[in-house]
Design a protein around this ligand. Structure first.
Ligand code: DO4
Ligand code: MG
Length: 278
């Protein structure tokens, strides 16, 4: 089932039927260990609408309330190799090889809600950065108790020039206004995600596709539950959390984003998250 936050209220797509409901508190709605079951019973009391009546694309908001956004790093081999390349001259390359193998994953703070944009919103590149990429990441929706109740699409926008200069600059490479996108909705399920789930990235510039890449989530070297369990060891999350699970798609070193590029990230069954670079 797909759960959308929109300007007018919530919209649920259940088996291709659309249901709308106003006046719900987003945080108490999604921070629910029984989210799937409770959405099913909510839907059973609503009348289905046509898609056109229920969901207007331009009214979709980022599916976030008061949650913090955290992100995991070097969870795919491709990310390890990409980081090693970019940090060769800084002497930081070894850290990425080590964290890829280590028991403790790399987890970093990504964004407060006001730094997050939704579907069709504008993501940003830093003015003091010369080399920038989107990172298309399956993102976990986690409750206060640490239960994964849904999945969304995340874009962990990253400055490779700042990160490559020195790994200690990671917070500046990763966290700034418009550095994260989430959406278009939350896929709510009571089953684990299929291991063959694909992540597809397209970058469009002036009507042409300038980058395309694919990966499947079975390439992740970590279990989602382990990522959440490390994050939740000594941090509490009163409203729950969003956890980006890392990128397995890194464009080659000669690629950088430009203003007005359109970034399209598709993960079925969630959908496609589209953002333009400001
Ligand atoms: O270690 C730097 C960041 C890694 C990251 O964001 C990723 O692998 O997705
Ligand atoms: Mg990332």
């Amino acid at each position: 089932m797909l759960l959308y936050k929109t300007r007018k209220g919530i919209v649920i797509d259940h088996d291709g039927k659309f249901y709308a409901s106003e006046n719900r508190n987003w945080d108490s709605l999604i921070n629910d260990d029984q989210l799937y079951k409770n959405l099913q019973s909510l839907v059973s009391g609503l009348k289905p609408l046509s898609k056109a009546d229920a969901l207007i694309e331009s009214e979709i908001l980022a599916p976030i309330g008061e949650q913090e956004v955290w992100a995991c790093g070097v969870t795919y081999y491709r990310s390890k190799v990409g980081r090693q390349e970019e940090s060769k001259s800084s002497g930081g390359a070894d850290f990425y090889a080590r964290v890829y193998e280590a028991e403790r994953p790399e987890i970093f703070f990504k964004a407060t809600p006001h730094r997050v944009v939704g579907h069709l919103g504008k993501v940003r590149i830093r003015k003091d950065s010369a080399w920038d990429v989107p990172e298309p990441e399956l993102t976990l929706v986690v409750t206060t108790s640490g239960k994964i109740v849904g999945y969304t699409i995340g874009n962990d926008m990253s400055s490779r020039s700042i990160e490559g200069e020195n790994p200690l600059y990671l917070p500046q490479a990763k966290t700034y206004d418009g550095a994260a996108a989430l959406g278009p909705c939350i896929y709510v399920t009571d089953k684990p995600l299929d291991k063959s789930t694909g992540i597809h990235l397209d970058i469009h510039r002036s009507g042409k596709v300038v980058f395309t890449g694919d990966v499947t989530i079975d390439q992740i070297v970590r279990k989602f539950e382990d990522l959440v369990s490390f994050l939740y060891r000594e941090c509490s999350f009163p409203a729950g959390a969003f956890v980006m699970t890392g990128t397995g798609i890194v464009p080659s070193s000669d690629f950088t984003l430009q203003e007005n590029d359109e970034i399209r990230i598709t993960i079925e069954p969630i959908g496609t998250l589209i953002n333009t670079v400001a």
